[in-house]
Design a protein around this ligand. Structure first.
Ligand SMILES: Nc1nc2c(ncn2[C@@H]2O[C@H](COP(=O)(O)OP(=O)(O)OP(=O)(O)O)[C@@H](O)[C@H]2O)c(=O)[nH]1
Ligand SMILES: [Mg+2]
Length: 296
């Protein structure tokens, strides 16, 4: 990721003028020698006011992919005013899940970070996600319940629902997640295809998590603080979307493991010194053994 911060190596043709300095190379653990390139994938539906806050904070990101649901409030223009090089894809507003799948498919960097456009997720946390990806995890999910995390946005009802759904997902998939329904997530780009995502709505966050388990990805949680959406109204409907989350996790549990893609069966893996080898996924009810989730 390119950044004005001296701890981050500058990459990308547009910023080639600023040469990497020795202090910008990562060599903390020996897992990665530099920060990877990063794409921020952002679904937008009438978020112009929020993007005025968010876009300047993404100046260091190599690539920005905006999937816009035909906004009418100048969302696209707001993005382009700050980042004329942003990739903008406009499609009908068929849901956050459809938009995120489109955005992930369009991303070209080594790592992808997904975040909402509403200003509730701070790009200052990118480094926490990326550090874990650099250490060998494939999929890193934010948690508002980790030490240092939190939420100014969760209502009592949503908190209760999320807690029940997280507990149920943990039982179904033998995980120890602390936060299921949170959309601040990062992954290696080569993990995208392995997730075989199909969701159209807010249940995409659940589908990503459970399919990461089904695909045998190395998963970690990292603390994140969610603030209130800065402007505008939520698109989430607690009951409708909670039901879709529940249905998704149960339905996919009965589908068993995701087979590796043919070209990945012999592909070399990243260092597993920290994360350990991934257990083979066995999906019988009595002996389900999934990949481990690390919590940092
Ligand atoms: N392209 C596209 N983006 C969408 C659609 N629905 C929601 N979004 C975006 O998805 C992100 C998440 O939606 P939010 O309304 O913030 O949902 P939430 O985060 O659960 O709810 P609050 O933060 O409490 O408002 C936001 O950036 C929305 O603009 C859609 O149909 N199409
Ligand atoms: Mg939001």
């Amino acid at each position: 990721m390119s950044s004005p911060d001296s701890s981050v190596r500058v990459t990308g043709a547009k910023r080639a003028a600023s040469l990497p300095r020795p202090g910008n190379l990562l060599n903390v653990s020996g897992h990665a020698r530099r920060w990877p390139t990063v794409t921020a994938v952002i679904p937008t539906l009438n978020e112009a006011a929020n993007l005025r806050w968010l876009m300047p904070r993404l100046a260091a990101v190599d690539e920005i992919v905006i999937v816009d649901g035909e906004s009418t409030d100048g969302t696209v223009e707001t993005v382009l005013a700050v980042r004329p090089d942003a990739k903008i894809i406009v499609e009908p507003p068929t849901g956050k899940g459809s938009a995120m799948r489109t955005g992930m498919a369009a991303a070209t960097s080594e790592m992808i970070v997904m975040l909402d456009a509403d200003g509730s997720m701070d790009p200052a946390e990118f480094d926490s996600f990326l550090a874990l990806l650099c250490r060998g995890y494939d999929f890193v999910k934010g948690t508002r319940y980790g030490c240092g995390g939190g939420s100014d946005d969760l209502t009592g009802l949503r908190r209760l629902g999320n807690s029940a759904l997280t507990g149920f997902a943990n039982r179904l998939y033998r995980q120890n997640w602390s936060d299921l329904c949170y959309g601040y997530v990062a992954m290696r780009r080569d993990a995208v295809e392995r997730l075989r995502l199909e969701s159209t709505g807010f249940e995409i966050e659940t589908e990503m998590c459970v399919n990461a388990v089904r695909a045998g990805l190395r998963i970690a949680e990292v603390a994140s603080h969610e603030t209130e959406r800065r402007f505008g109204e939520s698109n989430l409907n607690t009951w409708r979307d909670g039901w879709r989350v529940l249905r998704t996790m149960v339905r996919l549990r009965f589908k068993g493991a995701l087979e590796p893609l043919p070209e990945q069966q012999s592909a070399p893996t990243l260092s597993t010194a920290h994360t350990g080898p991934v257990d083979p996924v066995r999906l019988t009810w009595r002996s389900a053994a999934f990949s481990r989730t690390g919590t940092e």
